[in-house]
Structure formats: structure tokens, C-alpha cells
Design a protein around this ligand. Structure first.
Ligand code: DGT
Ligand code: CA
Ligand code: CA
Ligand code: ZN
Length: 578
């Protein structure tokens, strides 16, 4: 059994134990072990064979025996039993904002709540408010939470979609009957969240490829299986559609199934305006089919230059593509370094040195460390003494690196309730840069929250604003804030606003990143990395930037390291002239 799948089962085991109200340490142990499996230094089967897995922190003897069982037999009876005896709706309750395992256990025991529907009914009857430790306010919040969950439906994060589609796509693409294959749909457009997965291939004989697809190990249920297309439900509950076309049809089908629907409709209208007929199978003129080898050929046939998939939302891309080639969008290889990363000085999982090595391995040549500030107690925020100690460690490491790599001293400084910052000015002045973020008081009124953030953004000691809305995709809306007013204030005061690339956040989103750029704000793409694996998330930030139509010049950390150093120094000079 694959390591990733074992990790998922351990995670689910921890969650099941949680909602059953088991000892929190025991639950945590399963989540920790799952996390540890995701970052093993070498192959799991090797580590099991030579006994080195037992030495990995987070993997105790009980869990080790469960991993061994899974790796050798592919089954874990304890897990299967637990899953069978836990109402499946109970786990879904964990997704309700503000509901933790303890509350869920109480709701289950006292009110027999075992699903979202039960929970809504209990709330409607006012029964939740009467429970010990709940109250009317909590009840209202829970009902709001259910509404939120229903509004997001069954969508998944882009990162989940990538993880699920990778093995399936690889398996389709390498099938001997396949000529070309591409991922389509919202994932190719880098949508913030994904409804279902779409894959397209070309072949002279699609049937065997579809037969192969519906039998893949990740498939839980076949929903449809015809001669040119099949739909399945994966073990994780997500739907995946596969379509086969001839190689002549491929560019048309690729364009169609990439969408968006609005973009497709506009394309079809363009074709009609030119006396042509566009469908997912071809482009037809008065004298027959117009051959196209690629999507670029198709766009050209309609008088357009190539439109990158991220821009296909019918939000102005046609106007751009009518006037020659589009400006080049930023790409991952443009990034020279990054800011806003955490270490084990606060709530990160890796040491400073480990983060530096991971950044180097990710092809970066500088790294901004921004651990939490002192009020962020829950996240191990740094006292002033610890800030000074961290500076000393950074200085020492920078010296050792001898100019081959640069570590910047930063902080993710809490924006306090009144909009002031969490360190005194003389400490703030010791950093190379300051990320200011809201981590508290999410319940504030919109006007007060806007004033609070605008005040921070106008503070000349703030280099950049972190995750400006605080949203967590599919989990919680951001705090109420007039983001346009914040962006205008940032533009006036020369403060940057990050695209937080964590796939749970994507904050700024593409719409506001576009607006920020139009007001001359330079944008850093930050992974908000809490572990060495976090640098991979930069790719999701690139997706947001591309969707916003941004090029390398618009992105702070797509500039050469020397230019980045100068931009930071200039920003600091607002408070440290000369
Ligand atoms: P999703 O799955 O909700 O994240 O979003 P998409 O865009 O992947 O939507 P999906 O999977 O339903 O369909 C894939 C693409 O197929 C879609 O982006 C555009 C095209 N498409 C689907 N239905 C229609 C339609 O009724 N009209 C047109 N013009 N295109 C469609
Ligand atoms: Ca889709
Ligand atoms: Ca679909
Ligand atoms: Zn933060």
C-alpha cells in the first residue's frame, strides 16, 4: 500500500477517535504519525525493513505496528471496525466552523445528533442553546456554519484535487493507446476550489483506455461507462470524468472541456460572427472543417492570440487577445526567493537551517523568516528576548552562508485590536521587513475592522499585509472588511500586499490582486510555509497571480535578488531615512 494512503488512513483514524471523544493525546498521535509519514527521509518499505521507522519522531510502537500491518496486508481491522461503528455523519460535523470533537460528542450523547441534518433540526428547535456550555450565541453560529457548508457543497481544495488526480492522470497518460492527454476543467484554469476532476485524451481506440480507467484502484464506484467517456466516484468521494476523442478533435475538445462555460459561450459567439461553427469536436467553415493541431491554432482561426487557461473566464481576456500576444504571465521558475515563512521558533515544524536548505532545494536564493509575534501565544509568538536570539542565529547562519544565500529577518506581526502593532518601534526597526496580519478579533464590525487594518497598512514600519481577509477556503469566510479601502490605503502608503499561496487561503484572491496591481502595488507571493514541504505551495500562489494576469515585474519575489534587497531597503527607509 502506498505511503500516502497509509497516512490518510491514520489521519482518518485520528479523526474517528476524536469524534468518539477518545483521549485527545491518543487522537493527536495518529495525526502526528500521518504527518510524519508525509515527510519521511526515505522509502517507507525500506525504513520498515531496516527498523529505522521506529526512530522517526511521532511514530510510537502502537502506531508502528499498525503501519506495518497496513504496509504488508493492506488492511487494518481496527480501523475498519471503528469506521463501521461510527455514524458517518458525525465526521461531517467536524467541518462545521466552531464545532470541535468535544462539542460533537456532547451533541451526540445529549441530543442524538449524528449528521448535519440532525444538527440543523436541533438548532431549529432551539435545543442546542439549552445544552451546557453552548448558549444562544453558539447555536446561531452553528446554524450559520451549516449554511456556509451547504453553500460550498462538495467542492474540494485545488491541492486535494492535484493529489487525487496525479496518479490517475499518470496512469491514463501512460496507457499505450493514448496519443495526447491533458487535465481540463477548473483545475486547468486554477480555480480556487474544484467541483470535479476532468481528464481528456486522444486515441484511435478509446474503449480500452476507458476500461482501464474504471478499474483503477482509486475508483469506488463507476457512475457511467460508455464508448467515449466514463465517470467514476473516487474513494475520497470526488467525481472524475474521462473523455476520449480522435487526435484531430483533441484541440477543440481540450478547449471546450477546459472552459469556463462563460468563455466557451463567448468563443462560440465569435465563431458565429465569422460565419463559422465551433463545437467540442471541430471548427466548421462554409467549405468544411478547419484543421487545428493545437489550441493556439484554434484561437488564431478566430483572430485571437493564445489565451492561457487561467484567464479563460470571459473577464476581459478576449479584448487582450485581439491585440497581439498577451504579456507573459509570471511562472514558478521566475521566483527568486520568498517571504513569510515560519520555523520552530514559533509554530513551524522545521528549524531555521532546515527551512533554508528546503528553500535552496526549491531553487530559491533568499528566504524571509517571519515567525509570529508576542501576542500570538497560541502560535508560540516570540517575546522580544526571543526575537533578539533569533536575529543572532540568523546573523550567524548568514555569515556561514557567505553570500550564496540570504536570510531576511522578518516577523509576522499581529495587528492588535486598535490597529497598532505587537512590538515597540525600536524592535520593529530591527527587522528587515514586517508582515502585518490579523489573527484575533474576527468578530469585529466591518467598519472597525477596516479602520484597524487601514491603520496598520498606513504604518510606515509595515512592509506588507499578510493574508488580508483571513478566509479559509471551504472552512470559514474571511472577517468582514472593505478590502478595496485597504488596497487604496496600501497604494497610497507604498505598502505591499501578499498573495498568501497556502491552498487553504489564496488571499489576496485573483480579483483583488488584479486591483492591487492596477493601483501600482507590488505583490509578494508567500507560501506561509510551516514546514519544509510548504514551499511547494508557491505554485498555488503563482496560479492566483496568473489568474490576475500578473507578469514577473508585478511580483516582488520574481525580481533579481539584488533588486529585491533594494526594494526592501527603500521600504525600510520610510522610517529609517539615510
Ligand atoms: P467545476 O467542476 O465545478 O470545478 O468546474 P468545471 O469548469 O471543471 O466544470 P465541469 O466539470 O462541469 O465542466 C468542464 C468544462 O466543460 C467546463 O468548464 C466547460 C465545459 N462545459 C460543461 N458544460 C457546459 C455547457 O453547458 N456549455 C458549455 N459551453 N460548456 C460546458
Ligand atoms: Ca470539473
Ligand atoms: Ca466534469
Ligand atoms: Zn498568519
Amino acid at each position: 500500500m502506498e505511503t500516502a494512503r497509509i497516512a490518510r488512513i491514520l489521519d482518518e483514524m485520528g479523526t474517528l477517535l476524536e469524534v468518539r471523544g477518545e483521549n485527545p493525546f491518543r487522537c493527536r498521535a495518529y495525526h502526528n504519525a500521518a504527518q510524519a509519514l508525509k515527510t519521511l527521509p526515505s522509502d517507507l518499505s525500506e525504513m520498515l525493513a531496516d527498523g529505522s521507522l521506529a526512530e522517526v519522531p511521532g511514530i510510537g510502537s502502537t502506531i508502528l505496528s499498525k503501519i506495518t500491518q497496513l504496509a504488508t496486508t493492506g488492511h487494518l481491522p481496527a480501523f475498519e471496525k471503528l469506521k463501521e461503528s461510527t455514524p458517518s455523519g458525525l465526521v461531517a460535523l467536524l467541518r462545521v466552523p466552531g464545532l470541535g470533537p468535544k462539542k460533537i460528542k456532547l451533541l451526540h450523547e445529549e441530543l442524538q445528533v449524528a449528521s448535519l441534518a440532525d444538527l440543523r433540526e436541533a438548532g431549529r428547535l432551539g435545543k442546542i442553546a439549552g445544552l451546557k456550555g453552548f448558549g444562544a450565541k453558539t447555536e446561531a453560529k452553528i446554524l450559520e456554519g451549516i449554511d456556509f457548508l451547504e453553500s460550498v457543497g462538495d467542492r474540494i481544495l485545488q491541492s486535494t484535487a492535484r493529489r487525487l488526480i496525479a496518479p490517475i492522470f499518470a496512469s491514463v497518460q501512460s496507457h499505450p493507446g493514448v496519443i495526447r492527454a491533458e487535465i481540463c476543467g477548473s483545475l486547468r484554469r486554477r480555480g480556487e476550489t474544484i467541483g470535479d476532476l476532468d481528464i481528456l485524451f486522444s486515441s484511435n481506440d478509446p474503449a480500452p483506455v476507458l476500461d482501464h480507467f474504471v478499474k483503477l484502484a482509486d475508483v469506488a464506484k463507476v457512475l457511467a461507462h460508455g464508448p467515449t467517456k466514463a465517470s467514476v466516484r473516487l474513494l475520497d468521494g470526488v467525481q472524475c470524468d474521462l473523455r476520449g476523442v480522435t487526435d484531430e478533435q483533441f484541440p477543440f475538445a481540450l478547449h471546450y472541456f477546459t472552459g469556463s462555460k462563460a468563455h466557451n459561450i463567448a468563443m462560440r459567439r465569435r465563431a458565429i460572427d465569422r460565419g463559422l461553427k465551433l463545437s467540442e469536436y471541430g471548427l466548421e467553415g462554409p467549405d468544411g472543417l478547419i484543421p487545428c493541431r493545437t489550441e493556439a491554432d484554434l484561437f488564431a482561426a478566430l483572430g485571437l492570440s493564445f489565451i492561457p487557461s487561467e484567464l479563460r473566464e470571459d473577464e476581459g481576456e478576449f479584448k487582450l487577445a485581439e491585440h497581439g500576444p498577451l504579456p507573459r504571465l509570471v511562472q514558478r521558475s521566475d521566483l527568486t526567493g520568498t517571504f513569510h515563512c515560519h520555523t520552530d521558533w514559533s509554530d513551524g515544524g522545521a528549524t531555521l537551517l532546515e527551512m533554508v536548505e528546503a528553500a535552496q532545494a526549491a531553487g530559491l536564493s533568499y528566504l524571509g523568516i517571519a515567525d509570529h509575534s508576542k501576542s500570538a501565544g497560541y502560535a508560540g509568538g516570540l517575546t522580544i528576548d526571543r526575537v533578539r536570539a533569533q536575529w543572532a542565529e540568523i546573523d550567524a547562519l548568514n555569515q556561514k552562508l557567505g553570500g550564496s544565500f540570504r536570510i531576511y529577518k522578518g516577523t509576522e506581526c499581529d495587528i492588535l485590536m486598535d490597529g497598532s502593532l505587537d512590538y515597540p518601534d525600536e524592535i520593529l526597526d530591527g527587522f528587515d521587513y514586517v508582515v502585518a496580519s490579523v489573527h484575533s478579533g474576527f468578530g469585529m464590525e466591518r467598519a472597525a475592522m477596516t479602520d484597524r487594518i487601514v491603520r496598520a497598512v498606513r504604518n510606515p514600519r509595515v512592509t506588507m499585509l499578510g493574508h488580508p481577509t483571513g478566509r479559509l477556503l471551504l472552512a470559514r469566510d474571511g472577517y468582514p472588511v472593505d478590502l478595496d479601502a485597504v488596497i487604496e490605503a496600501a497604494s497610497e502608503s507604498g505598502t505591499l500586499i501578499e498573495i498568501n499561496a497556502n491552498p487553504h487561503r489564496l488571499d489576496l484572491d485573483s480579483t483583488h490582486a488584479r486591483k492591487a496591481r492596477s493601483l501600482g502595488i507590488m505583490i509578494p507571493i508567500n507560501p506561509d510555509a510551516h514546514s519544509t514541504g510548504g514551499f511547494a505551495d508557491l505554485e498555488y500562489g503563482i496560479g492566483v497571480a496568473r489568474k490576475a494576469g500578473l507578469g514577473p515585474a508585478d511580483i516582488l519575489n520574481a525580481h533579481e535578488p539584488q533588486a529585491v534587497a533594494e526594494i526592501l531597503a527603500k521600504s525600510r527607509a520610510r522610517v529609517r531615512p539615510g
